[in-house]
Design a binder for this molecule. Structure first.
Ligand code: 13P
Ligand code: SF4
Length: 390
């Protein structure tokens, strides 16, 4: 397949994906091939009316995102969830950490539903609370804990957000990581940042936007004793980056950027800040999914773009902008497999269950974690302004 041919795979159509995955879904999950699914979503949404609010992340499948009341990146969706106090049910078409954040930001009477609970995030799973607490103890042993401000990417579990809340830290997203870092460095003289769990977003933001040197960044590997760092290295560092990454954005490579530039002189390379630093250095522009969308919308007809982010979004941009050439920045097809777990059968099942009076797949955060995580999320929502770019 040529690199400029956008792969259009009818994933999930006509297949019983749950049978293939061996995942059992409680209740009657409709077959993916059922031709009435679209009409059933419409009917269920109509029956629920204002009681339900459906949020859709930009990486969701077309078959699902068409039913979202609002679409957005994780920052926008967190704000949108908080802005709908009247909706009894928030159906989150995204992944688990997003649904948790929505539960934290909504009132106790509102219920958040994730149509498939197996829609997690491998990056969020790379930082466990016990591991982070071990790192925090090591920072105390090195005599620097008092100067460290923890900053966690939205792509983390609620208990990591709570850790940041109770330790003077903040949540950030790819839309505002620079503003969050500026806030963190302003919290105390000689502040250092412990950045969780995406080393790439942390490094790209620190080096490219804050002017911090690569030699001032160290990587804490939770699988190594002492994170693989000496107390002296911890004392010298300004950015302590957790060794986590996104397996989807980690696929984009410098080689493909070079190949595309050779094949298409004048091509613009636009990537998400979860990409590796070497790839971001070779790109023309870097920013969140929302930034990627607005950049392509504003681009002149006839321009050529290589986009390094999740494929559902890149395909949708290509379809929406036939006057521009938009190609995927990878040789192979690569969707985020967990984002893709939310499909039409799961959405139908979740909505029809609500119509029938049963809340399925509710995502809840315990009150203590919620209170501390809310502190860190509210600090983020109160940050001045907002930048889309890393
Ligand atoms: P944003 O929504 O912050 O752009 O993040 C991308 C992502 O990987 C979500 O999982
Ligand atoms: Fe997680 Fe990456 Fe998928 Fe986003 S794209 S949900 S960071 S694995």
């Amino acid at each position: 397949m040529s690199i400029v041919d956008l792969p259009l795979l009818p994933l999930g159509k006509g297949r019983d994906l749950d049978a293939e995955r061996g995942v059992e879904c409680p209740g009657d999950l409709p077959m993916a091939s059922d031709p009435s699914l679209v009409a059933r979503v419409r009917a269920a949404k109509e029956a629920l009316g204002e009681r339900v609010f459906v949020l859709g992340h930009h990486y969701q499948r077309d078959e699902v995102i068409q039913f979202a009341d609002v679409t957005g990146d994780s920052f926008k969706l967190a704000r949108d969830a908080a802005a709908r106090p009247d909706a009894e049910f928030i159906v989150f078409c995204g992944v688990h950490f997003m649904a948790e954040s929505a539960d934290i930001l909504t009132s106790p009477s509102q219920r958040v539903v994730l149509p498939d609970l197996a829609a997690g995030c491998s990056m969020a799973d790379m930082a466990r609370l016990r591991q982070v607490e071990d790192a925090w103890d090591a920072l105390a042993d090195a005599g620097v804990q008092d100067t460290v401000v923890p900053v966690t990417y939205m792509n983390s579990s609620a208990d990591i957000k709570a850790f940041c809340g109770r330790n003077g830290g903040v949540v950030c997203t790819s839309s505002n990581a620079d503003v969050a870092l500026e806030w963190a460095f302003g919290q105390k003289p000689g502040a250092k940042v412990l950045f969780l769990p995406d080393q790439h977003l942390g490094r790209n933001t620190a080096v490219l936007q804050m002017g911090i040197g690569l030699d001032e960044c160290v990587v804490w590997d939770p699988r190594l004793p002492g994170g693989g760092l000496s107390p002296e290295e911890l004392r010298r560092a300004r950015m302590i980056l957790w060794k986590g990454h996104c397996s989807v954005h980690g696929r984009f490579s410098e080689d493909v950027v070079d190949e595309l530039r050779a094949a298409h002189p004048g091509i613009n390379v636009l990537v998400h800040p979860e990409c590796r630093h070497e790839v971001v250095l070779k790109a023309d522009l870097v920013g969140s999914t929302e930034f990627i969308i607005t950049t392509i919308e504003a681009a002149a007809p006839g321009t050529v773009w290589a986009v390094g982010t999740e494929l559902n979004l890149v395909k949708r941009l290509a379809d929406a902008h036939p006057d521009k050439t938009i190609v995927f920045l990878d040789r192979d097809v690569c969707y985020c497999s967990t984002m893709n777990r939310i499909d039409l059968p799961h959405l139908v099942w979740a909505l029809e269950s609500l119509v029938a009076g049963t809340v399925v797949n509710q995502v809840t955060v315990d009150p203590e974690t919620e209170a501390e995580a809310l502190v860190a999320l509210q600090r983020m929502l109160a940050l001045p302004g907002r930048s889309h770019r890393a």
